[in-house]
Design a binder for this molecule. Sequence first.
Ligand code: 5GP
Length: 302
Amino acid sequence: MADRRAVPDVDRAAASRRALERRRGRASLKRDLTTRVIAPQDVLRQATEDADSDAATMRITDFLTALPAIGAGKRDRLLEELSISPVKRLGGLGVRQRVALSEWLDQRFPRHRPRAARSRLLVLAGPTAVGKGTVAAHIRQTHPEIHLSVSATTRSPRPGEVDGVHYFFVDDAEFDRLVAEGQLLEYAVVHNKHRYGTPRGPVDAALAEGKTVLLEIDLQGARQVRAAEPSASLVFLLPPTWDELVDRLVGRGTEDAEERTRRLRTARTELAAQNEFDYLVVNGDVATAAEEVVELSSGSAR
Ligand code: 5GP
């Protein structure tokens, strides 16, 4: 072996290779945190035990925003609350900071949640045009054991849509009645136009029978379900790439420039919501994405 001290160029090359591997390692760790492949408590433990690990060299800010449902605002408030400087790395926390962070993680992400306590309510949401409807339709065909919730809507049926199968088509007065009587688990105005909502009764009945229930709804609805049923699992469907989503949204260029810009802005905002979700599934191929969603519902990924 060559004496490395005598060949500084080799040192430099090795160091930059190590730095690159480090960055890759941290990026992969962040993905694992976001998709809950690894528990944040385990990452913190690694950082404490091994000062040279990818976990130890991760910035506290990156660690926190990689966690499901933690955005920049929540992260900054938390750092202030725990008296941790945002420039700290996970391995550089003081004992008190580490204990405070660990207590917060245990509270926010309970480790040993008993399976039975976790409901089988699964929410599928994602940006406009990502193909939620197609994935849900595929699940309906291939997994009849999963109860796909039928929403109420004030929009008119499209050709081929059947009342009670694709939607319950109701008028404004009927929708108002459902809201007033508390019969909707969640509801929202979608695309500034029509109202959509999830009837509570059939969802409760299917859950009581031990079935998995899938809701294919918009982001506003997903947030309401999270608030109403914290044990629900929220799945965010992602396009394979941003360009792909742009292509699907903008289509064949039939929209004018203003409409194009409006749609792209909406998609960007919607994509930013992915951090609020428990799981991310990429919709590259409909059958594969559908199977991934079903696997999440069976709990095998947890
Ligand atoms: P469409 O009119 O194309 O069938 O659906 C438009 C949008 O409404 C889709 O993004 C779909 O996810 C959403 N949507 C359908 N049903 C519900 C519902 O019950 N609640 C909410 N919040 N959104 C829904």
